[in-house]
Design a protein around this ligand. Sequence first.
Ligand code: ISJ
Ligand code: MG
Length: 466
Amino acid sequence: MAIIEQHQLLENLKEGIKKAQFLSESVLVSYSKQIEFIDPLVFYRNGEILYKGSRIYWSDVEDVTMVGLGSAVVQAYNGEERFEKIEEYWRKVITGAVIHREVDVKGTGPVCMGGFSFDPVQMKTRLWKDFPDANFTVPNWLLTVKGNQCFLSINASVNEHMDPCTIESQLIDLEMQLLKNNTIPTPSQGESLMVEENQINEWLAMVHKSIDAINKGEMEKVVLSRTTTVTANKTFDQSSVLLALQERQSDCYTFAFEKGTSTFVGSTPERLIKKAGGKFNTMCLAGTISRGQTAEEDQKLGETLLSDPKNRDEHQMVVTMISDAMGKVCDKIVKSDSPQIYKSKDVQHLYTPIKGETKRELSLLSVVKALHPTPAMGGVPTEKAIEAIRERETYERGWYSAPIGWFDEDGDGEFVVAIRSGLITKENAVLFSGCGIVADSDPQSEYLETKIKFTPMLTALGGGWE
Ligand SMILES: C=C(O[C@@H]1C=C(C(=O)O)C=C[C@H]1O)C(=O)O
Ligand SMILES: [Mg+2]
């Protein structure tokens, strides 16, 4: 078996190099196979030395985890045409690629993973220096875990000058190192962390101003966010932060994008769009209340949320926009008439799932473009709200509240909205949290809402609120 597999990889490399000679440009070679089980966090950690600064962790709500190490292909773009540029580049890469799968499983092979910034026009600061407006990579190594089955995809960019046997033997050596068994440090708790909520008064003033603007009819909703800074006395261990998120936030998508010296990490409940063939799944998530201490209190809080006009209003604006946008691109959409409750560890939300179907060729990125930013992250009307955010927020959002995800050569894939997140650089972390401001908002309650939304990241870093 092993011999046949190696033979196959070598054949693919030879074919890729021949193609590269013919095209006079690099060609992507992708080979994937089933392997013995390995914990995805161990794999992520094993890549720390060789692939520091270019690792990706992604685990979805359907028990699929993908870990990417290194970049066989990378595309970065700054500016407003980012969706089109990434799409164009991807088409070109895939057209030339040599792809072989031992087993035909989604989420293996040449998977393109990455994200976008919230607003390409917002001024850039040092905070997000390693995160362009669009940044996508096909990892050199992609581990895909589905339940207890594991698949390994090897992606290599080859050119006409390469020797297939040399590459093959390098890959075999690396594979052994990356698949070594290892342990993950247990999540830290009660660490001595310095936790500082930044510019609370400025934020409250901004909320007051926005409520005034809404009452004057300048807009209907704007999502305002703020940051909390966390400092530890030693470098945060990414694998243990991910483990903590994964354990506590099991109904969320847990992710990490390591770029240069920073890693954008989080556990978001919010799917932006999933595409499988002509079928699309999206959701509206807006309107928030805390979790109860007891099952009874929790249930009561959920009922309060469901019948609260302010939260229903905040939610409805998202439903209207997403239904309109999906209605325009799909032949048919299905959505329930009233919201349900979505519970995650620290908060409950109003939630309306929407399904769409189309027989036309419709790319995932074009739907991402049509949806982003939804009024769950921007506001209503979109342009007015984005201008207000640009003008009033005192920091750069970067990839916070923006689409992150993956897609494959068939154009299938999934994007989520990167909230409940933070940017970790060594022993420092900046956490992000926002909330929808509408006419009936009370600044103090909105402040508390954003405070609980910091909790998932704060606890994963080993901290908590006093
Ligand atoms: C903006 C965030 O969350 C969004 C805002 C919500 C609200 O205001 O009720 C709820 C869910 C999210 O759509 C965040 O968590 O940072
Ligand atoms: Mg809210």
